[in-house]
Ligand binder design. Structure first.
Ligand code: NAD
Length: 487
């Protein structure tokens, strides 16, 4: 096995787990074991939280440092990550099947960018503001670091989604215990190596490994002040319930079933060039992509043909090959889920226009062909549930009002796109769709803009200055006279 770790990264050091179980990571493409890490137990979480608590409460520690000093360490951390960028992309790809061409633009790019972005932001942001009281005297309003953060992350973009939390939390002065998904622990250990090399102080970043039960134990730990989660709706609901009982602040980035609204004036040739990234990125294992395609009656057949042709020509295979655009799904379980959705689509009367099965030329790896369904309506399971695989459902609409109504007729509200020759028309539609993000003729996550969802897609926002606010609490300090003034 290529990557074997026998210790956990806790309190700035590599420490033996209190348990003796291990997590073995299997390659999505070869089904062979590629690495192993210790599986943490509750006592390890206790140690991790205690270390994060100590580091946070230290009056001379991370939370009390000047922002410029934290920013300097964050920039060193970014450099250490950049030096390992190829290894990060490769590890993620081997674990979850992400094509390296996608990884290079996401997992190999966003983490360092985010560290630089939040390092710059925290240096510039005024953290204290003196306000003349509305009654008498003065109030100093202060942004203070929130405390110990439990960050629970999934496997689909494990580095980027972790850094959506880690970078603003570090900038704010918080300390963290991170729990990666068991499918993608190996890149988290590489991150620990980068953190240690960068001189992130002991206890500021701790990593515990395990599944749902360990995650739930961490979320409910009494030493934790805030929870940040990305993953499924079911897990998000369980975490929200737990945090509700504990009155613990929580941000949740959950799933999506976003609409791609193709307008009758679309330039199909130009649009199709963007559709891989907007509809099928990471073989559908991307939360914000548009997987419900709304096509106008007048151009329905043409759009269906274009989608079918696109699905048929995307190169499927080894995710480590830079020419690959569709790699395997993360796990056998995930392929089983996706295949059961395809079966449900057929049983509901759906017509498979492209794909629908496993690629015949690949006998190892959890591959599913890009699949396009026609003949289903918006109430169908395929149009309502998040599949998290390369499966698109194309629905017809009569006029723009119906397209907007169908787009909004979903439990989710994360992303969406519109495809038109007239960007103003696209903007008018974007304003009518109730989702946290939207793209006109394409979509890329902008780290400087807030990201998150409404309805079942989550609570709160990550990224941008708004994402930093989630790691501060506001303290108002009142003076009958102004600070430093005599009565
Ligand atoms: P999941 O939500 O169960 O797991 C995500 C992370 O949360 C993992 O680290 C997991 O160990 C942890 N976790 C799960 N339940 C928890 C709990 N009650 N308390 C604390 N931590 C908990 O996701 P999954 O089972 O890996 O995937 C299932 C489906 O979730 C996918 O098919 C997809 O639809 C969706 N998903 C969405 C995203 C996203 O980015 N929105 C990411 C991954 C999966």
């Amino acid at each position: 096995m290529e990557h074997v770790y026998d210790r956990l990264y806790l309190d700035g050091d590599w420490i033996e787990s209190s348990g003796d179980a291990v997590i073995t990571v299997v390659s999505a493409a070869t089904e062979e074991p590629i690495g192993q890490v210790p599986e943490a137990v509750a006592a390890d979480v206790d140690r991790a939280v205690a270390a994060a608590r100590r580091a946070f409460d230290d009056p001379l520690g991370w939370s009390a440092w000047e922002p410029k000093d934290r920013a300097a360490v964050m920039r060193r951390f970014a450099e250490e990550i950049e030096e390992r960028s190829t290894d990060f992309v490769r590890r993620v790809s081997m674990q979850n099947g992400m094509p390296v061409v996608v990884g290079a633009q996401t997992e190999g790019t966003y983490p360092a960018k985010l560290l630089h972005y939040y390092a710059d932001l925290i240096e510039l942001m005024p953290l204290e503001q003196s306000r003349r009281s509305m009654v008498s005297g003065t109030t100093l309003v202060r942004r203070a670091p929130l405390g110990v953060v439990a960050a629970v992350v999934p496997w689909n973009f494990p580095q980027s989604l972790l850094m959506f939390k880690l970078a603003p939390a570090l900038a704010a002065g918080c300390t963290l215990v991170v729990k990666p998904a068991p499918e993608t622990v190996l890149d988290a250990f590489l991150l620990a190596e980068a953190a240690q090399a960068a001189g992130i102080p002991a206890g500021v970043l701790n990593i515990v490994t395990g599944g749902r039960d360990l995650g739930a134990y961490l979320v409910g730990h009494r030493g934790v002040d805030k929870v940040a989660f990305t993953g499924s709706v079911a897990a998000g609901q369980a975490i929200a319930e737990q945090c509700g009982r504990l009155l613990r602040p929580v941000t949740l980035e959950l799933g999506g079933k976003s609409a791609g609204i193709v307008l009758d004036d679309v330039d199909l040739g130009a649009a199709v060039r963007e559709w891989y990234g907007a509809f099928l990125l990471n073989q559908g294992q991307t939360c914000y992509i548009s997987t419900r395609i709304l096509a106008p009656e007048s151009r329905y057949d043409e759009i269906l043909d274009a989608l079918g042709a696109l699905a048929g020509r995307l190169r499927i295979g080894d995710p480590l090959d830079p020419k690959t655009l569709i790699g395997p799904l993360v796990s056998q379980r995930q392929r089983g889920r996706v295949e059961s959705y395809i079966a449900a689509g057929i049983a509901a009367g759906g017509r498979v226009v492209a794909g629908g099965g496993r690629p015949p030329h690949l006998d190892r790896g959890w591959y599913v062909q890009p699949t396009v369904f026609a003949g289903l309506d918006n109430d169908s399971v395929l149009a309502q549930e998040e599949i998290f695989g390369p499966v698109l459902t194309v629905l017809r609409y009569r006029d723009v009002d119906e397209a907007v109504r169908l787009a909004n007729d979903s439990d989710f509200g994360l992303g969406g796109t519109v495809w038109t020759s007239d960007p103003q028309r696209g903007l008018d539609i974007a304003r009518r769709v109730r989702t946290g993000s939207f793209g006109v003729n394409g979509f890329t996550l902008d780290p400087g803009a807030p990201f998150g969802g409404v309805k079942h897609s989550g609570l709160g926002r990550e990224l941008g200055p708004e994402g930093l606010a989630a790691y501060h609490h506001l303290q108002s300090i009142y003076f009958p006279t102004g600070p430093g003034e005599s009565a």
